[in-house]
Write a protein that binds this ligand. Sequence first.
Ligand SMILES: [Zn+2]
Ligand SMILES: [Zn+2]
Length: 241
Amino acid sequence: MNRVYVKEVVLSFVFPKRCPFCDNVMDFRRVECKKCADDLGKITGEVCLLCGYMKKDCFCKAHKHYYKAIIAPFYYEGAAGRAIRRLKHLDDEKTVNMFAEEMSRIFDEYLGHLSYDYVTSVPLSDLAYKKRGYNQAELLAKEFARRLSLPYRETLSKTHETKVQHTLTKTERTGNLLGIFEPFIGDVSGEKRIILIDDVKTTGATLDECAKTLMIAGAQEVVCVCAAITKHENKSEKAKQ
Ligand SMILES: [Zn+2]
Ligand SMILES: [Zn+2]
């Protein structure tokens, strides 16, 4: 046994290693616990950059977004879904680091050949920020930016409260978001190429409204990177079967 290994074994007794997905104590040699590893919902292989789904799950027909591409390392389900829900209530550094690492890995794989000027995040309203004490999208964005050696900049503010998105229909969701983000003057202009970060893409309406605001303010291109993407079923295809 080498000395580094012995040190790790001793340390694991003093500071047990916890799984970044479920926070349970796990074997110090693992990246995630066995239970979570079996239930990750990882996005791999051929990916559609218009919706972020694996090609086999994609049913989008045309690109109708202000953002140019979207990518995420996980579907919003299983262990990744539980970890993101936990992050909404608890600022857990190891979970933020794990997601930021996975987000930078998948970004490098699919969009790393392009160059960007800086990283920004989907904002919370002042009220939501005060209530939670942190913005999980901002935490992810800062860690993601550090890994890419890019600057992080706050570019958007949320001007008023909106109803919780998942309680609304798709049309209501879009209407619910119209014009609610405002750019900080000076940070966006100059034809900048921007990476926009959020924790979860649900319908993409929030990300698109942010991308639209950035584009109107003078950005040249916006791509989105999320920790996870909600997998919707293709209802029209299902109806045909
Ligand atoms: Zn776990
Ligand atoms: Zn697609």
